[in-house]
Each structure stands twice: as C-alpha cells, then as structure tokens.
Design a protein around this ligand. Sequence first.
Ligand SMILES: [Zn+2]
Length: 343
Amino acid sequence: MPVVALAVILAAGGATVAGEVEAQDSQWVDGVIMTRSTLRVDAVLAGAAPARLELVHVGGSRDGLGQRLSTEVELALGERVTLDVEPAVDGWRVSGGARGKHAPWQPWLYVRTTTAVSTTCQGYDPKPLYWRALEVPLTFAATLSADVSTATARTALDASVATWNALDCAYLKLTDAGTTTTPTVGYQRSGTNTNVVTWLESGWPQSAAAIAATLTTFECGTGKLVDADVLFNGQGFTFSAAPLGLPATADIENTFTHELGHLVGFDHNPDPTSTMYAEAAPGEIVKRDLTADDAAGMCAVYPVGQEPDLDEGGCGCGTSPTPGAGGAALAVAAVLGRRRRRR
Ligand SMILES: [Zn+2]
C-alpha cells in the first residue's frame, strides 16, 4: 500500500526498489538508536538506484535494548522488501518512513507492537511490548503547541489521557508527572528518564506527512517498555483544539489519543475506523474516542484482576520524576534531522 506519491519520490531523486537487507549496524546517538541497513537491490521498479543502498533509519537494538519510532520503517536483517527510497545526506532513507515500505497489511484485531515485526531485537524471540507497571507517568513540556495556548493544549491532551484511563477493564493508568522546561526525548542509559510529551516547531526529523510520532524504548529480553516519548510535528502542521475540530488543522486530542495507543504498546491497525489507523484527515476528530477494538486491546493486555506483582522485579515504572539534564527535544531533531527533508 504505497502512500507516498511516486512523482514525489522520483522528484527527490528516489526510486522504488526490491531487495534484501544484507547487513545492519545500530548505534546510540544521544539517546536514540540509529540503524544503517545495507539493502542489496535486486530490482529497480521505478527511478534509478545503485546496486546497494545504505539506508539510515531510527530504531533498532543495542545493548539489550530495543527502540522504535511509530512513524519509522522497520527492517529486519535478511528481510526481503520493496521500498520507496530517496537520497539523504548520509545515505538513503525510506520515503515517508513506514509509509515507504510496501507491506501487505494483514487484517487483525488490535495490533500489539511486537519485535516480530521488526529488526528491533536481533537474536531475541519476539516479545509483545508492554508496561510492567500500574501507572505510566507523563511529563508535559512547559511550552506546548505554538498554535494554541498552553492551557488549551493541555486540556486537549488531558482529554486523551482521560479517554484511555476511562477503561474500567484495564489496570494500566496514565498519570500526570507535571511539566518540564527541558523535555528530553530518547533513552538515557545512565540517568533518569521521563516519558515526555512535546512539540517540535522546527527541525522535524521524520516524514513531513507525520502529524506526530512516539518513540518507545524497551528491553529486548522481556518486551518491557522503559521509556516512551511523544513528539508533535509543529513544523508541518497547524494544531487546533476546537470542540468540533477545525478544517485544515490537526486536532490535538485526535492526535494524542492515537499516540497514547503507541505509548501503551500498540502498533498501527489497518482498519480505517480504528483509533490506531495510521492516517488522519485534516480536521478529523473521530480518533478522539477509542473504538471497541482499541478498548478491547487495552483490556486484553492490561486486564483488571491480572495486575503484575511489582514486588517481584521492582516497580517497572520505567521513569523517575526528574528529567534528564539538558538535551531537550531538539537534541533528537539534531540527530535525526541530518537527513534531507522531503519538502
Ligand atoms: Zn501512529
């Protein structure tokens, strides 16, 4: 289901290619795992491309930890894929992130994020991602969207939190850990981590079509989430929080309810009516609410009555109330933004 227009890809000097991932290398860069995948090109279906491509993408695994970005493509070593690709500053990138991978979406009920769908943890058995906790604390950037007042944005964000928390059949709850003036995106292996919610008004590192993205970090051996950060694309979109939505804008509550699905461990759902469907039309507000399937997923993964025994193996809250030093959201943008933007 290629979503990126072929004309756009070709105009960027890109191509559609089929091939196999021959090699991968992942490294930590300022709390973000960056992966270079070498694709052996077996067929060029459109445009022009060399016989081998070095593809740079966010996410992968290193030191027993895995990381994925909800909007980013995932590639497994040895995987045979068809991709839309375009040249970037330090290699090639998959056009539009996950959208540039031609993968048949299988009908599914709620879709848990598992390492089975990705590279994420080479050498580990696939594990569904989940929080081994009763609560996931969220820390909000002190300054939110440039398009609405911070109070207005917070009201919309809080409404999304309340929507997920309203599920009586699920024990996992999202809590308010306050605000920070230094929202640090990514996972600091030495230091404290917070699950931040923040806006990037410039330097958006991902697909220009992405309204927001959630970066999750987890243990490869268990699938236990240890950090999750939500970034809104303030550079590419005008955000709103009008009661009935506003045409030609991205609704904050609509967007955040979807991102919180990623934060609790869900992947995209191919059902266009699902809150976890990958796309949202301008002005859309239908994703403010959960569909029955989204709710069923939450209550299947975190069922009341089957709470984890947190006395064994610690809290697993995966965060502490103190933000890490410096960094801020722009650090991740600096790391990821080295690639050429699509528009
Ligand atoms: Zn998403």
